[in-house]
Design a protein around this ligand. Sequence first.
Ligand SMILES: NC(=O)c1ccc[n+]([C@@H]2O[C@H](COP(=O)([O-])OP(=O)(O)OC[C@H]3O[C@@H](n4cnc5c(N)ncnc54)[C@H](O)[C@@H]3O)[C@@H](O)[C@H]2O)c1
Length: 296
Amino acid sequence: MKKIAVIGSGTMGNGIAHTFALQGFLVNLVDISETSLQKGISTITKNLDRQVAKETITEQQKLATLANITTFTSLEEGVSSVELVVEAATENLELKLAIFRDLDKYTSADTLLASNTSSISITKIASVTSRPDKVIGMHFMNPVPLMKLVEIIRGYSTSDVVTKTIIDLSIALQKAPVEVNDYPGFIANRILMPMINEAISSLYEGVAGVSEIDTVMKLGMAHPMGPLQLADFIGLDVCLSILRVLQDGFGNPKYAPCPLLVNMVTAGKLGVKSGEGFYSWTHGTKELVISDRFSK
Ligand SMILES: NC(=O)c1ccc[n+]([C@@H]2O[C@H](COP(=O)([O-])OP(=O)(O)OC[C@H]3O[C@@H](n4cnc5c(N)ncnc54)[C@H](O)[C@@H]3O)[C@@H](O)[C@H]2O)c1
């Protein structure tokens, strides 16, 4: 496999394009927004500069990586001659179904179609194509160039040979692939989101404060950051929407989102991206300042 397309040049798409291009793949980066494509390329350039400064890659590798990426605003042109598409567009069911219907039309019948979705069923995405055996989840973690894990999600009809091809490809990208089946939240979010929800419930019930909850998990469980800080980084709206997928998918009340999380999302307190969540982020993300609402 030599030529691939990445759909969406946001947080995940530009990281995925960076990772493939650094390993010598020719990458067509596709987004509906020209501004987003420019921002994506500038983020990739900054991140490559950082790798050069740390001496993990050379200046020459940086230039070769950038030369491997071509941008497109037309999906049809961007995917016409590729062997694999990795979709990393906005997390929205209808949008993803529309993209996969188009991918099925615009790519050759043997092109593999992967989605980086955090929570949408791969089986559902595959069902709108004529090749459900060639549709698979390739769930990269943020930031993609640094994080080793790729959760490989087998839809109901994903074939053994396609799964093996994507696992081998992930290893070629110097990642650590882990194969899981397609059920709500897969593994990463099925385990992570209830932990975050439980941390929010502990705060809501007054068991402990923001700093205490995060400190217990950092120092006691060796987590690199506490669950409330992590929730702010992921985005509280994203956490809420994944919990709803778990709740609806399993029909089990244990996944019901904490009312505090629901209230914060309704109030527009989404974490880092809105400047406030459990912490205040108006001064940047280096220093931890508990938001006024939760400071004693
Ligand atoms: N952010 C994370 O930490 C994270 C981690 C793992 C997986 N994901 C998943 O990755 C995907 C992308 O998330 P993100 O955080 O990069 O989102 P983002 O909002 O940063 O970027 C989404 C990009 O998709 C583009 N887009 C929207 N509609 C499009 C279309 N029809 N065709 C082409 N491009 C289109 C947007 O212009 C935007 O640039 C989602 O499915 C999300 O669930 C996100």
